[in-house]
Ligand binder design. Structure first.
Ligand SMILES: NC(=O)c1ccc[n+]([C@@H]2O[C@H](COP(=O)([O-])OP(=O)(O)OC[C@H]3O[C@@H](n4cnc5c(N)ncnc54)[C@H](OP(=O)(O)O)[C@@H]3O)[C@@H](O)[C@H]2O)c1
Length: 246
């Protein structure tokens, strides 16, 4: 495979499994140096082995994204080591509880918002200066159809993804005149642990794989991608101006 992303630094959150893992592999295959963030050391090490086998390179960052100071320290470390960031994939997410709103504890709500929203806000704050140092900074955040469906019994997840979408569109509006491009990616149902947790009765073999979805995230990370403030819906393979009504 050619290496069109050689010399580009790509930060991928939630890279220990699922869509983030597959995206990290796909970016590394194109030559990007992947900075892989997640809590699970084993998953990160597996990723590192797979990237090295292919002749690529990664930096592993075992970190909980609820550690907002840790995200700030990561920004400082990237500044010292690389002086820039070319690609940010804000993929990490948690499903939260599957319950009616009235049965959900306040902590379950704040835990879902901490990963799905606040961590991405802190990533924007801490990585924007580095993305501005790139000649073609690209940011992609992974959202969910649950946001516009207002999915019953997935309140914290649906509400936090809706907040993420607005946050990302605000950032796209604020940076529209810069080379930086900021977009959303909605995967739809993909064969991952999160999907199996939320829909245990579903046959996973009927779903697309994380590798298939990752192939559509990669172009949004490339210098050739020109759109900003858009929403890519993987299920329909459509690039939209904003989230359509469910
Ligand atoms: N799969 C689907 O059908 C589907 C559909 C719509 C949207 N999505 C979205 O796609 C994204 C990826 O989900 P997935 O399906 O690939 O799920 P997954 O297999 O459960 O992976 C989630 C990733 O997020 C990381 N993560 C969770 N909490 C974290 C924390 N506190 N700190 C650091 N990393 C954390 C996990 O790493 P650790 O546990 O190692 O920390 C893991 O790498 C999510 O934003 C999800 O909402 C998925």
């Amino acid at each position: 495979m050619t290496r069109p992303l050689a010399n580009r630094i790509a930060l991928v959150t939630g890279a220990s499994r699922g869509i983030g893992y597959a995206t990290a592999i796909a970016l590394a295959k194109r030559g990007a140096h992947v900075v892989a963030v997640a809590r699970t050391q084993g998953g990160l090490e597996e990723l590192d082995d797979e990237i090295r086998k292919d002749g690529g390179a990664a930096t592993l960052v075992p970190l909980s994204l609820t550690d907002t100071d840790g995200i700030a320290r990561l920004g400082g470390a990237l500044h010292e080591r690389h002086g820039k960031l070319d690609i940010l994939v804000g993929n990490a997410g948690v499903p939260g509880p599957s319950s009616p709103l009235g049965h959900i504890e306040l902590k379950q709500w704040t835990d879902a918002f901490a990963v799905n929203v606040t961590a991405n806000f802190q990533l924007i704050r801490c990585m924007e200066p580095l993305l501005k140092q790139s000649d073609a900074g690209r940011a992609v955040f992974v959202t969910s159809g649950a946001a516009s469906r207002a999915a019953a019994y997935l309140g914290p997840y649906a509400a936090s993804k809706a907040a993420l979408e607005t946050l990302v569109r605000v950032w796209a509006n604020e940076t529209v005149s810069l080379p930086l491009r900021v977009n959303l990616f909605s995967p739809g149902p993909i064969r991952t642990r999160m999907r199996a947790t939320v829909f245990p009765g579903e046959d996973p073999m009927t779903l697309d794989t994380p590798d298939q979805a990752a192939e559509f995230i990669v172009p949004m990370c490339s210098p050739e991608w020109t759109e900003t403030g858009k929403f890519y819906e993987y299920k329909t393979k459509r690039l939209l101006d904003f989230r359509p009504p469910a």
